[in-house]
Design a protein around this ligand. Structure first.
Ligand SMILES: Cc1cc2nc3c(=O)[nH]c(=O)nc-3n(C[C@H](O)[C@H](O)[C@H](O)COP(=O)(O)OP(=O)(O)OC[C@H]3O[C@@H](n4cnc5c(N)ncnc54)[C@H](O)[C@@H]3O)c2cc1C
Length: 371
């Protein structure tokens, strides 16, 4: 689209998570008139870390915000996989470390810092809190969103970045989250409480052959902390399950004593417990004036650490397609065509999880996506 047409474009983004915030940044940079509507009264993320992969690092360079992100991250050399007792099974360098002569290391970030940096980069007034989308009406070349606070907005493009339980998605499908019969328990601890296990910046995954339980150990050296995530089988599908320390300890009974001692010392009030859910592949992602991005389009399980990464990439690609296409409708079709296949491949690979008896690579997704 021509620059003057992009400047006239009114875009409403529903949801101010990683997908919505990055899309806002990218779409603002191409000149569009963007507003983000977020249901929460304040922006908040759980205490946990994630790894920003090379494709995301490259996108942030392109958007000119790499330095802001890098300042609150730790670069990681490798992904190391151990058995429950801490014996190394496999170690692999992160892919694409030095493409184009640049440092594209995977970088570890605290989720709270990540959303703070992204939303902090948005121009004043672009993010409107306390706006929960309740109804959406697609008029063809525009769409109207009504919020529970009584306000409404009509825009040339409405972007559903409203997560796995997306309201915007109800325009296209009746998909509901699918329970993966496991729980994720997440917390950030100080390095001094990590039982001497934070020796370098490698990502460590411990996996138990008997239960298929996993512990992810993700160093956040810039904060002198570690993100400590436990994933264990469970039949309890409640969204935020209540668990006791004893239950957590029982679920990791086969693990190295040092890992169990970390749990013995945890501040249980800080532990975030979630039952894991994803989506079956969603067929329709867009109309002429509405599109889904992030978890709203392709929520996946966390086993490959690719959900937030994919959500961030969506926004950048949507902006690129608006620049490259003649109309919004064409851009949305091109965006869906570009993003559906790789993200649905990731949904499938993440659902397959890990087989502790057959680990040959730390990156089973490498063949399916342009990392
Ligand atoms: C246990 C666990 C571990 C994970 N680990 C990783 C990892 O290591 N790496 C990785 O890349 N990904 C990881 N993920 C996945 C990642 O968290 C998600 O993919 C990512 O948060 C999706 O971002 P999003 O912006 O699309 O959705 P969300 O983060 O869900 O954000 C959606 C936003 O929309 C708002 N919203 C919802 N409904 C409405 C409404 N009706 N109106 C207005 N606003 C609304 C919400 O309040 C929220 O702010 C993990 C997920 C889990 C559960």
């Amino acid at each position: 689209m021509k620059a003057e047409d992009l400047q006239k474009l009114k875009i409403a983004i529903i949801g101010g998570g990683y997908a919505g915030a990055t899309a806002a940044l990218a779409l603002h940079q191409i000149g569009a008139n963007v507003t983000v509507y977020e249901q929460a009264r304040q922006i908040h993320e759980v205490g946990a870390g994630i790894g920003l992969r090379p494709a995301v690092i490259k996108l942030f360079r392109k958007l000119g915000v790499y330095e802001d992100i890098a300042a609150v991250t730790t670069a990681s050399p490798s992904h190391d996989i151990f058995d429950a007792q801490g014996n190394l099974i496999h170690s692999e360098e992160w892919p694409h470390l030095n493409d184009d002569g640049e440092d594209n290391s995977t970088r570890f970030i605290h989720r709270g810092d990540f959303i703070d940096v992204l939303t902090g980069l948005l121009p004043e007034g672009m993010l409107k809190l306390n706006h929960k989308a309740e109804r959406i009406e697609d008029h063809g070349d525009s769409a109207t969103v009504a919020f529970t606070n009584g306000s409404q907005v009509t825009a040339d493009l409405v972007i559903g970045a409203d997560g796995i339980k997306s309201k915007v998605r109800t325009l296209f499908s009746d998909h509901q989250p699918v329970f993966a019969r496991c729980h994720a328990y997440r917390i950030v601890i100080d390095a001094k409480d990590a039982e001497g296990l934070m020796t370098d910046d490698a990502f460590r995954m411990y996996i138990d052959k008997e239960t298929n339980g996993m512990i992810y150990f993700l160093p956040l050296r810039h904060r002198n902390q570690v993100s400590f995530d436990i994933t264990v089988p469970s039949e309890d599908s409640s969204w935020n399950p209540q668990v006791t320390r004893e239950e957590v300890l029982h679920s990791i009974r086969n693990f190295d004593d040092r890992l169990k001692r970390i749990v013995e010392k945890l501040d249980m009030d800080q532990l975030n417990a979630r039952s894991a859910h994803d989506l079956d592949p969603v067929d329709v992602w867009n109309s002429r004036s509405v599109a889904l991005i992030g978890d709203a389009a392709h929520a996946m399980l966390h086993h490959q650490g690719q959900g937030a990464n994919s959500a961030v990439l969506d926004g950048g690609i949507l902006a690129d397609q608006l620049v490259a296409s003649a109309t919004v409708a064409e851009a949305l079709d091109a965006y869906t065509a570009e993003r559906k296949e790789p993200t649905q491949a990731l949904q499938k690979i993440s659902r397959a999880s890990w087989d502790p008896n057959a680990i040959t690579t730390a990156f089973p997704e490498k063949e399916a996506i342009d990392y």
